[in-house]
Design a protein around this ligand. Structure first.
Ligand code: OAD
Length: 248
């Protein structure tokens, strides 16, 4: 990462009326949460389609719950890193004109103090009842292999968006608006290969003139790089605090 690029990014931010951030697994990597595409298509030794699809859940809900209970237990042991805190700090400057769209389900942005968060892929903290559709925050305690809804005794599933499922409209619509209206979009720690999440990047670039400035923060260039006006390459836990510092 060059100082020039950092200065350019900070200058754009200083002038921005609205800011949107899209984060992915990389922002939590320094907290000890594994990313997805570093693991040969396997999650904790499972095929993704077995543990992250409605069909997989129908076939073997116990396996899926064991997998998510393990992920919940892991997240219980981790803490936000300086990248999460830097984003919470940025939000203080713009208030409700700052939107944090995250693909992460680990809850670390909230733990770091971010408020205006759109969790477009759901949350490990929440369950959804397949019978009465109630969504509830159940924290991170283990829920067993066949948790039941406390209200109607229906079957519970993790409130996570699985492969082949649509994103919840009430979360996705405001994410689209935030990307469309922002002056700067920060794209942090995502491979930008999963859609529709990654399509927020061309949405920000394709809006009214002047298009939003896109700043990519990642260890390496990604699918997002061709849309990026500047890339700040390095660990987000180091780059984001530097950006906040430079912003002043
Ligand atoms: P990926 O695992 O695809 O990508 C993680 C990205 O983070 C890569 O581009 C890494 O280079 C980058 N990275 C790793 N460590 C970093 C660090 N310390 N600082 C900055 N960048 C770092 O994860 P996502 O893009 O989040 O969906 O994956 C998107 C979706 O795919 C996930 O939300 C999940 C998965 O299927 C669902 O569960 C629905």
């Amino acid at each position: 990462m060059t100082d020039d690029n950092l200065i350019r990014a900070a200058d754009w931010l200083r002038l921005a009326e609205r800011v949107c951030v899209l984060t992915g697994a990389g922002v939590s990597a320094e907290s000890g949460v594994p990313t997805f595409r570093a693991s040969d298509g396997l999650w904790e030794g499972h095929r993704i389609e077995d543990v992250a699809s409605p069909e997989g859940f129908e076939r073997d809900p116990g396996l899926v719950w064991n997998f998510y209970n393990a992920r919940r237990a892991n997240v219980k042991t981790v803490k936000p890193n300086p990248g999460h805190y830097a984003l919470a700090k940025l939000e203080e400057r713009w208030g409700d004109r700052f939107t944090l769209v995250t693909q992460n389900v680990d809850g670390l942005h909230r733990a770091a103090g971010s408020k205006n968060i759109l969790e477009i892929h759901g949350s490990l903290h929440r369950t959804r009842c397949l019978c009465c559709a109630k969504v509830e925050d159940r924290g991170l305690e283990p829920l067993g292999e066949a948790p039941e809804c406390p209200h109607c005794h229906g079957q519970l599933r993790p409130d996570i968006v699985w492969f082949g499922e649509a994103l919840p409209n009430d979360i996705w619509e405001p994410a689209l608006v935030a990307a469309h209206e922002c002056d700067v979009l920060l794209v942090v720690g995502t491979s930008a290969v999963v859609h529709p999440a990654a399509s927020l990047i061309p949405v920000a670039k394709g809006r009214k003139q002047p298009a939003a400035k896109v700043v990519e923060i990642n260890l390496t260039p990604t699918e997002a790089s061709r849309h990026a006006d500047v890339g700040l390459y390095g660990p987000s836990g180091q780059v984001l605090p530097k950006l906040v510092e430079r912003l002043g």
